[in-house]
Design a protein around this ligand. Structure first.
Ligand code: NAG
Ligand code: NAG
Length: 693
């Protein structure tokens, strides 16, 4: 900061003479010289092609004055120099560099142009070129104070403090009163913190002050030196000297506040701190402002509401939200109705995603009287809706609806909330309210059709979906509901038309896809039915839909594909029984007995109580001579269907096959005791008894 401030004053000094001359006749000169400048600029452009002219203010001025046409004066060397200084003055460094580059090439021995060029580079931040040109300048004249000083500054920027010191010393050998060199030397030594650094840097600062008693930077540095050594009275002396020169100096005022505060002279401190913050405010120095406002609060226990407010705002603008909250809440303690502070608190909690606090403070805000707080009520409702606290959201939407009873969007929100908490009756009521305000409200018509349909109130559903289609012929929902209603009533042609319309709006609506597939199945158009079942599966892959698809495929004799679909269905949901039965049946029809039995066995694992399947299995294994398996199935069969006589006979004959006469007799006995009229069994039984004897 010190460096820059010094640069400006230095350049002011160097350029001040010419600046004052130029200022008054600037435009006159510029306009006069336009045509020549354009020639020169073209020339500069040509010798500088890697650096094309961009954006140029010069060019703009040229254009402007070309409209002024007529003047044909020649631009002299002095005119160009003045123009360059003008640009430096306005910090248009690229333009200045162009001009001085040109002047330097034309007059290579002119130290002033070279220095100006280097300076322009320096100010533009192009340190490398600045350094190179100051080097050139020092080759022309090694006792060139200006170039020496800026080379010192260059080294500071390079953080090469040793070289910086060497160059400032060189400046001092030429001019022992050079304030910039003295100040920067003092700063460099102070920063090194080596032995006796305070005394050594004080030496340079004091020399600086000797050569100019009004040098604010040097005075300030001396003050700080004393302040840091707890010599507050000495510090105060120096700071006050600054105020003699510049009463509006923020730094000095702040520092005086600090010094008096250290001396516990709070009244004095307060006076300067207040000046300090007033001045800092103008400069928008927010961090420093926070610091000094807090100092003021520390000194004076009496609370200044406006300072609390300012601090809250400052912290807020610095995005230090926790501190901002602290101060805004203090504001609220002093004035519970401070709307701005309440809003700020809510906004901060919003940024921090703290919904609970947001709701708490919004309620505070809503409770304020004399406030048009509709927006806050709406926000409160919306937040509660967002966190799915529907009953609370409904409460606030209703509050607002009481005030704005033609605002059907509120009624819609309330209805939607009721849908969310599955209070369909209340939802219907509120959708009806919407229709009272806005007779053709699409959402309400759609929702009512849907709600009534889901409640199986088909007449109501038909009424609203028809009303809806009268106005919104393309409505997805209303076409769907109408399609469902037609399907339920067996009007398949009509159903297909509405469902196709629905699918035009959303080709992947799972319900519409499923119902239209069912519709085509009912119409025996199995190709279309298969097509839509397949599409349905892409959005909603469910075992039962695979089975439906397989059934349609069978109808169009695509048996291979049907088998694949059933296998997928079983893979997807091994507990879905219908697919096993259908698949086993297909294999049976194909005379693939073994495959069908495999499927039946799997099915038996899931549902052993289907007697027809057990019979199939028992018979199959009996035929295959798998006595053990067959016997097991028959025995299980007796458990689930005691009266099935062939099972007893089968078991007996299986035992006989194994020469187990007793067991065979046992099962015939069972059979006879269940049904003594089975003559074959009675005969067999008697025969076996005789055989045994
Ligand atoms: C002058 O312009 C340069 C950029 O070319 C910029 O870095 C610098 O801050 C400006 N100085 C002032 C005082 O506006
Ligand atoms: C809904 O909000 C009210 C009031 O803020 C609160 O008392 C209640 O616990 C909340 N309910 C739920 C489920 O979050």
């Amino acid at each position: 900061m010190i460096i820059t401030s010094f640069q400006t004053s230095e350049s002011d000094k160097i350029f001040s003479q010419s600046s004052t001359i130029t200022k008054n006749k600037k435009y006159y000169r510029v306009f006069q010289a336009i045509s020549v400048i354009s020639i020169i600029l073209v020339f500069i452009y040509l010798i500088n092609t890697q650096n094309p002219i961009q954006n140029d203010t010069i060019l703009k001025e040229i254009e402007q004055s070309e409209k002024n046409n007529g003047h044909n004066d020649i631009l002299t060397e002095q005119d160009m120099d003045q123009l360059g200084l003008e640009f430096l003055d306005k910090n248009e460094t690229q333009q200045a560099i162009r001009i001085y580059d040109y002047l330097h090439q034309k007059y290579p021995d002119n130290l002033k142009y070279l220095n100006s060029l280097a300076y322009a580079y320096f100010v533009s931040g192009d340190n490398k070129n600045a350094f190179l040109n100051f080097q050139k300048s020092l080759q022309l004249d090694q006792d060139n104070e200006f170039a020496l000083f800026y080379t010192g500054l260059y080294y500071i920027q390079q953080q090469d403090n040793q070289n910086a010191k060497i160059f400032f010393q060189k400046v001092l050998t030429l001019n022992s009163k050079h304030e910039g060199a003295l100040l920067n030397l003092g700063n460099l030594i102070y920063a090194e913190k080596e032995e006796k650094y305070e005394e050594k840097s004080a030496f340079y600062y004091m020399k600086c002050i000797e050569s100019n008693q009004k040098n604010k930077e040097c005075l300030y540095k001396m003050g700080i030196l004393y302040f840091n050594r707890d010599s507050s009275y000495q510090a105060i002396k120096f700071f006050k000297l600054i105020l003699d020169v510049d009463p509006q100096n923020a730094l000095a005022n702040c520092a005086l506040g600090d010094a008096y505060y250290k001396l516990k002279q709070n009244n004095e401190a307060l006076i300067y701190y207040k000046n300090c913050v007033d001045l800092l405010k103008q400069d928008q120095q927010q961090k420093e402002l926070i610091y000094y406002y807090k100092k003021i609060l520390q000194i004076d226990q009496k609370i200044y509401p406006e300072i609390i407010n300012i601090l809250a705002d400052l912290y807020y603008s610095q995005q230090q939200y926790d501190d901002a909250l602290l101060f805004y809440k203090q504001v609220i303690r002093m004035n519970p109705k401070d709307e701005k502070a309440l809003l700020a608190i809510i906004e901060i909690y919003d940024k921090q995603n703290n919904i609970k606090e947001q709701i708490f403070w919004l309620k505070n805000l809503v409770e304020l009287k004399n406030l048009n707080n509709d927006n806050y009520i709406l926000k409160l409702a919306d937040i509660n809706y967002k966190i799915k606290n529907c009953s609370e959201a409904i409460y606030w939407y209703k509050q607002l609806f009481n005030k704005q009873n033609q605002n059907y969007n509120l009624a819609l929100q309330i209805a939607q909330c009721y849908v969310d908490i599955e209070d369909d009756h209340a939802a219907e009521l509120w959708y009806q309210k919407v229709l009272i305000i806005d007779q053709q409200n699409q959402i309400s018509l759609e929702k009512l059709s849907e709600l009534y349909y889901n409640e199986r109130k088909k007449q109501q559903a038909a009424k609203y979906s028809q009303l809806c289609l009268n106005n919104y012929i393309q409505s997805l929902i209303c076409n769907k509901i109408t399609g469902f209603l037609y399907y339920d009533d067996g009007h398949y042609q009509e159903a297909s038309q509405n469902l196709l319309m629905a699918l035009k709006q959303d080709p992947y609506d799972p319900q519409a896809l499923f119902t239209i597939a069912q519709t085509y199945e009912a119409l025996k158009d199995y190709k279309k039915a298969s097509f839509f079942y397949k599409k349905c599966i892409t959005v909603n892959p469910i075992a039962s839909i695979y089975k439906n698809l397989a059934e349609c495929l069978l109808q169009i004799d695509d048996i291979e594909e049907a088998i694949k679909m059933l296998q997928k269905s079983i893979e997807l949901d091994p507990s879905y029984q219908d697919s096993y039965l259908l698949l086993a049946k297909i294999y049976e029809n194909q005379n693939e007995e073994q495959s069908s039995i495999e499927i039946y066995e799997k099915y038996y694992q899931i549902d052993p109580y289907d007697a027809s399947v057990v019979i199939k299995l028992a018979k199959y294994f009996q035929k295959e001579n798998n006595i053990e398996k067959s016997m097991n199935y028959y025995k299980f069969l007796i458990e689930i269907r005691e009266s099935y006589e062939p099972a007893y006979q089968a078991i007996s004959s299986l035992y006989l096959q194994q020469n187990k006469l007793d067991q065979a007799i046992f099962y015939f006995h069972q059979l006879i005791s269940n049904n003594q009229f089975n003559e074959f069994a009675v005969a067999q039984y008697k025969y076996l008894i005789a055989l045994k004897k």
